[in-house]
Design a protein around this ligand. Structure first.
Ligand code: ADP
Ligand code: MG
Length: 467
């Protein structure tokens, strides 16, 4: 409403702000909106569009939006529309399901209404997305909301013959939605011209990088005139994504929607965290695996490719386990994933990078054999279970060396009403490893998940080994 809007505007003059807003977006959630300036630049960030009417979109577009039954812009739309309409580069960090697609498509439609490019000379808008499914979903939204703007759209993705796609491309398209691999092939065949591209969208950029598409993305972007607008969307904000953002975007505005706590507040996942010393991890893992129902799908995350291989080999003696990581060829990965999907090999050992692009729905248990290097990855990993109303369980081995993440972890656990092991809380409060070393109690693990084995560890004299 008006008063909130003016209140918001006042905050824009600060370096950053955060507000809470109740948004009528299903499911109703409390969303924290945080905006900050592009690094080092004092640019003014426009106020968000709180209502559809405030956007000033053409009436036909508003009609289609209302026809879809949408009541108000989602937070990401409210924040990014005014920025995108000013032709500024934006990087938006938001989880899936937040309405990003229309966040960039409507500014794209408006751009297409204004410029009078001939689609036969190449696309004006290029959207890169990680997978075929996602690309076709985006195309569906173009069809649904772009009709009144008379927008043409072509989808290019791998795993399907090139012929029909090339033919469609020949007929001309205002918007091309593509996966980087296929688009790069078509580019190398000189079958597409990027001379007219003035809006580039990187959707789910983190996932594209995880899938190894960075070289293709860079080659594609090199062919696009530098005088363009670039919008980048990502669910996470690790180093690699920051790097490509700083290479491809010019003085971007950064929009963060949501917070880690909120992402993790998936209450259908039971999160067990145990303080487990390195040397005990394998034994504890076997206990957990043994306790699972036969055939339940389990994914085990390790920090390195080498560790993945080692672990799969050693647990493989008692449990069949498949491995997936960046050194595996595409063919191997596909095969392994199939074995996992169809339940022939229900235990999968993976690195973050290899696992992030996977869409496997019925995972029962996620095990963090190593704690990830960031709380976002933790949330991402455990989010692989407990999907679509199913209940899931995660086990996390936390060690003294991971103390840096203790405070974040405590926040996530509390946000999801989960038990916080006292050792982890202690590390969070101390800002260092726990002092439990000389108490012999550091090896206790969460009693919820225990089956008596903890006693063995306590009497195992591990405290002495450390000192
Ligand atoms: P994301 O790309 O962030 O994962 P999508 O763009 O796919 O999210 O949107 C998720 C769903 O929300 C879609 O079904 C979309 O049609 C719907 N949606 C988009 N904008 C709104 C809105 N303003 N109000 C309600 N639903 C919306
Ligand atoms: Mg999306």
């Amino acid at each position: 409403d008006g008063s909130m809007k003016s209140q918001l505007r006042g905050y824009f003059w600060r370096i950053s702000y955060s507000v809470c807003a109740d948004v009528p977006f299903p499911p109703p959630l409390k969303v924290v909106i945080l905006i900050s300036y592009g690094r080092g630049f004092g640019d003014n960030v426009p106020a968000p569009f709180i209502t559809f009417e405030a956007t000033g979109f053409p009436p036909e577009i508003l009609r289609d939006i209302h026809a879809a039954g949408f009541l108000s812009p989602t937070p990401i739309q409210a924040q990014t529309w005014p920025i995108a309409l000013q032709n500024r580069d934006t990087v938006a960090i938001a989880k899936t399901g937040s309405g990003k697609t229309l966040g960039y498509l409507i500014p794209a439609f408006i751009l297409l209404r204004q410029c009078h490019n001939n689609p036969q000379n190449g696309p004006t808008v290029l959207v890169l997305a990680p997978t075929r499914e996602l690309a076709t979903q985006i195309q569906d939204e173009v069809i649904k909301f772009g009709r009144s703007s008379r927008v043409s759209c072509t989808c290019l993705y791998g795993g399907a013959p090139k012929g029909p796609q090339l033919k469609e491309l020949d007929r001309g398209a205002d918007i091309v939605v593509a996966t980087p691999g296929r688009l790069n092939d078509i580019l190398e065949m000189k079958k597409i011209n990027f001379g007219q591209v003035s809006l580039l969208v990187l959707d789910e950029a983190d996932r594209m990088l995880d899938m190894g598409f960075e070289p293709q993305i860079r080659k594609i972007v090199n062919e696009i005139p530098p005088r363009r607008q670039t919008l980048m969307y990502t669910a996470t904000w690790p180093k690699e994504v920051r790097k490509i953002a700083s290479d491809l975007l010019v003085n971007p505005v950064q929009v963060n929607i949501g917070s880690v706590d909120e992402l993790a507040a998936n209450k259908s996942i039971t999160q067990y965290v145990e303080v487990v010393p390195q040397m005990e991890k394998e034994r504890r893992l076997e206990q957990i695996l043994r306790a699972q129902e036969r055939g339940s799908k389990v994914i085990i995350f390790c920090s390195t490719k080498r560790l993945c291989d080692q672990l799969a080999r050693s647990i493989g003696r008692n449990f069949g386990a498949a491995v997936i990581h960046g050194d595996k060829s595409q063919g191997e990965r596909d095969w392994v994933l199939n074995q996992f999907r169809n339940g022939k090999s229900p235990i999968l050992v993976a690195t973050d990078v290899a696992a992030r692009g996977l869409d496997i729905k019925d995972i029962r248990v996620v095990i963090n054999y190593d704690f990830p290097t960031g709380i976002e990855d933790y949330v991402h990993r455990i989010g692989r279970t407990g999907r679509a109303g199913a209940t899931g369980v995660s086990y996390t081995f936390f060690s003294e060396q991971d103390w840096k993440y203790a405070a974040d972890l405590v926040k996530v656990l509390e946000g999801a009403n989960q038990h916080v092991p006292p050792e982890v809380r202690e590390m969070a409060l101390r800002g260092g490893p726990s002092v439990g070393k000389d108490r012999g109690g550091m090896n206790r693990f969460d009693s919820n998940s225990g089956n008596g084995a903890g006693r063995r560890w306590d009497s195992g004299g591990r405290g002495g080994m450390r000192d």
